[in-house]
Design a protein around this ligand. Sequence first.
Ligand code: ACO
Length: 399
Amino acid sequence: SIDISTLTKQTGLTALDQGFVNTAATKSAITYIDGDAGILRYRGYAIEDLAANSTYLETAWLLIHGELPTAVELDHFEDTIRRHTLLHEDLRRFFDALPHNAHPMSVLSSAVGALGTFYQDSLDVHDPEQVEISTIRLLAKLPVIAAYAHKKSLGQAFLYPDNSLSFVDNFLKLNFGNMAEPYVVNPVLSRALERLLILHEDHEQNASTSTVRLVGSTEANIFSSISAGINALYGPLHGGANEAVLTMLKEIKDSGESVERFVERVKNKEDGIRLMGFGHRVYKNFDPRAKLVKESADEVLDALGVRDDLLDIAKELEEVALADDYFIERKLYPNVDFYTGVIYKAMGFPPRMFTVLFAIGRMPGWIAHWREMNEDPATRIGRPQQLYVGPTERAWPRR
Ligand code: ACO
């Protein structure tokens, strides 16, 4: 690898790399990906092992601190998170100011930015204790904010967190419980959601994480940095793809169009359509997360006794695409988002909540990267170059 900043100084040359296809902006010890071999590891641990054996919070600790927690550390961490789930009452009222049909991703990014205003005495980016308490607050409160965005869209009352429950069960209750009757957690649903969250926890320098790092490189506080990351995740080419996949599957079903015909239109780039949930900047092989999600889709639907034509359409699309030269030549495989929507739908989440679930999953990764960046003495403010292609100097017209 070449250190471009040294090369630039020596030669005066500027590298043009639109979309940062071949420019590393940082060194990182958090996540390893081999896109050709379809390998993903957090701090050296295989994603398959973490998905099978770990929990969301244990994996979050691993990403943030670099090692798996001891039993005592994990217990303390879970307990601390539990004690920070409540939102300030004024922040609960923040939701009243928004229209009921506000997209929950916009609600989420605004609320996370606003969250920082309640903790102005602990925003010092160089104080490890303040960074630690902000970490806890973000992890504990994001699911509550997300559930309130959901409840708001339904016109239902917000519930207070139930701290006798685990992180994931509490989240399910906040979304699907109500004031009138007790909420019984379905363990299949709970474990499936935990697995999906683990799969989303980090993915090195993707668009949202790079955004968090870029904003954080200005020494902006962690709430503002992560609020920016949530906005980056919203787009359909990134986290928003899970919602877009469901919309695509539904459109195919409702129109009665055959899967083959739809794939044909994608190949012809008709109206610029893409096969959503397919392709990845880094994976030129199976996305290892997609394999695990596909297994989960069958398990969850079977366990819930749900049949969904959309899952059949997704499987058919995968089969047709993987046998087609267009996708083979371009190395386009299903990514993590291809099957998640079908599972979230079976769980009862509306499509607009899908990317919010991704954001909850990704929160530990954003935090880990923000902290790694701040602890690295080599960090400099992020400031890409440009190649100016506008008019050269022009004389001011006499008027
Ligand atoms: N459907 C059809 N064609 C595609 C797709 C797709 N999903 N993805 C890429 N291609 C084609 C492009 O049209 C291009 O073809 P060309 O060589 O004829 O011009 C070629 O494959 C290369 O595509 P790029 O857009 O250059 O690849 P890039 O790495 O920039 O984009 C991306 C990656 C954004 C993920 C892209 O594959 C895509 O749009 N996929 C659909 C959206 C999606 O699922 N996003 C989620 C990504 S994973 C995540 O964020 C969690």
